[in-house]
Design a protein around this ligand. Structure first.
Ligand SMILES: Cc1cc2nc3c(=O)[nH]c(=O)nc-3n(C[C@H](O)[C@H](O)[C@H](O)COP(=O)(O)OP(=O)(O)OC[C@H]3O[C@@H](n4cnc5c(N)ncnc54)[C@H](O)[C@@H]3O)c2cc1C
Ligand code: FES
Ligand code: FES
Length: 500
């Protein structure tokens, strides 16, 4: 981070543009060319802007363009819209059934909040060699649909990455979707990731796919992240597998070859030496997992029976079609202010915002809702978690203008109008889960989303869901007990749980 960077605010001024149709988005991107940046979930772009690594003249919010999100079957393939969230990919029954390595990559991807906010298109277009979805998509032979005002083209995901932060996207071009061919019968695949802590970017990751023909490997793809300037396919190691009978000795030979073939570097996350060891071990383990899976029939897609029917996982993915009066893009000049409507805790607020105002600061400074905390300002601590349209989001990475018209719930909205505490709040008190209390509002808001999704979570569910909420007093054991206690109380029959 730049020594002078203040992650509380956005210093760099830009034109904010919010098209409501794909045609309008492409026209704006054509007009600004390299001087514009599309905004999807904002989990990369907002961090880059805050760190003053990017200075676009225009930010084009594509989040309200209809038709860019969702997962749908096509002829012998699935199409995943570029705006589809990592969370939706992780939980989609068809992705879990046909592309388990992709579902695993999304499960291993950062935190709950980042999974809800981050999109597959943003993950690819960011061009990071450490992307978690890229190796799995390349292993499955995915193709990318790219569009600008003049033409559409389709490119193999493998050919998309040119260097760190560099992709084949041309100025004015948008990634609109990802085409995933249906895997051949006999395919088995697995994704593995090694990171410093559960919610971190990979030290190294691997997507291992093979196609079985009897006892032989008919075809395979070995793709790695964070071990080369781009997501990397180890073609020499692949050639050692193809046509040979699978055995532990062959897996060892291929794992050594893959570790030699990569070109890792030392950086803040790991050393080159460690990355080679990680690739060797992940390849050996991944080959065995993939081989085992190749013997199993592809299961028919089935949802997770533990999720509540009303779960917000997929039903909010699709932006509604724009009405004719909405089709003209909203444009806001640098520093210009406009009124927006925020529905916060059920109350309507009208506030004036400029393009660089952040939802977190508007909540705290304009609406005096100071329960939502500023911690890191770059998506890493979860202290600023609020619910937006039912989803847990990080208010430090949301432009206030983009939240216009949305429903926000903050910690102040948890208790009943008569002052009765929400069962989660009561459980935090009962289980002594509050020490200094700084992380508590974010913990409560994330836990609220968990309990809306899963009625009876296990301890592992709670740990996984809350992994993006850091507690510097390290009261995790009590926090987890409190969430489990609240879940038990809330799922008890009404006469046992009381009115709420
Ligand atoms: C705390 C934290 C943890 C993270 N952990 C992980 C992790 O574990 N694994 C991982 O892979 N990533 C991780 N990331 C990175 C980030 O969350 C992902 O890359 C995410 O998928 C980006 O999606 P987005 O929609 O938020 O992209 P945005 O931030 O909106 O956009 C990212 C870039 O892509 C461009 N862009 C977005 N959509 C399009 C499009 N459709 N067409 C053309 N250009 C487009 C934008 O202009 C921008 O340059 C993490 C980020 C944070 C802040
Ligand atoms: S302040 Fe938003 S995640 Fe830390
Ligand atoms: S209780 Fe102090 S940071 Fe969690």
């Amino acid at each position: 981070m730049n020594e002078m960077t203040n992650s509380h605010i956005l210093v760099h001024e830009f034109v904010y543009l919010e098209p409501r149709t794909l045609e309008a988005a492409l026209a704006l991107l054509a007009r600004y060319g390299r001087r514009a940046r599309p905004l999807a979930g904002g989990t990369d772009l907002l961090v880059q802007l805050k760190m003053e690594r990017l200075h676009p003249e225009a930010v084009v919010n594509i989040g309200k363009v209809p038709g860019l999100a969702g997962i749908e079957p096509r002829d012998n393939a699935y199409r995943v819209g570029a705006l589809t969230s990592i969370r939706a990919l992780r939980t989609d029954p068809s992705i879990q059934a046909y592309y388990p390595a992709l579902a695993e990559a999304c499960r291993a991807f950062s935190t709950t909040q980042i999974q809800y906010m981050g999109t597959v298109g943003g993950n690819l277009c960011n061009g990071s060699p450490a992307s978690d979805t890229a190796p799995a998509l390349i292993a499955y032979g995915a193709e990318l649909d790219l569009r600008d005002v003049a033409r559409s083209r389709r490119l193999a995901a493998e050919a998309f990455f040119l260097g760190p932060g560099q992709t084949a996207l041309q100025p004015g071009e948008l990634l609109t979707g990802v085409i995933l061919p249906r895997p051949r019968p006999g395919t088995g695949a697995a994704f593995l990731k090694i990171s410093r802590v559960a919610a971190d970017i990979a030290k190294a990751n691997a997507a291992i796919l093979l196609v079985r023909d009897g006892e032989h490997v008919a075809d395979c793809r070995l793709v790695y992240g964070s071990v080369a300037p781009t997501p990397f396919r180890a073609r020499h190691a692949e050639s050692l597998l193809i046509g040979r009978p699978f055995s532990p000795a062959l897996a060892t030979e291929v794992a050594h070859a893959a570790a030699e073939e990569i070109s890792p570097i030392d950086d803040v996350r790991s050393t080159a030496w460690y990355r080679r060891q990680a690739v060797r071990v992940m390849t050996f383990d991944g080959l065995h997992m993939a081989w085992q899976r190749s013997m199993q029939p592809i299961p028919s897609p089935a949802g997770d029976g533990r999720l509540r029917q009303s779960s917000m996982l997929n039903n909010l993915e699709q932006a509604p079609a724009a009405s004719p009066e909405q089709e003209a893009a909203l444009a806001l000049a640098p520093g210009e202010k406009r009124p927006i409507t925020l529905w916060v805790n059920g109350r309507k607020h009208s506030v004036w915002v400029s393009p660089t105002d952040l939802l977190l600061n508007v909540l705290r400074e304009e609406l005096a809702l100071t329960g939502t905390k500023y911690g890191c300002g770059i998506g890493e601590c979860g202290a600023c978690t609020v619910q937006m349209d039912g989803r847990p989001v990080l208010a430090c990475l949301v432009l206030a203008v983009a939240a216009d018209g949305h429903q926000i719930v903050t910690v102040e909205g948890l208790q009943a109008p008569d002052g009765t505490l929400h069962p989660l709040q009561q459980a935090f008190i009962d289980h002594a889960a509050v020490q200094c209390g700084y992380c508590t509002p974010g913990m409560l808001m994330t836990a609220k989303s968990l309990l809306a999704e899963v009625a009876s979570p296990t301890e592992d569910d709670v740990r996984d869901y809350l992994k993006g909420n850091l507690c510097r007093c390290t009261g995790y054991a009590r926090i987890i007990r409190a969430v489990l206690g609240a879940a038990e109380q809330m799922s008890a029959p009404p006469h046992a749980a009381g009115e709420r």
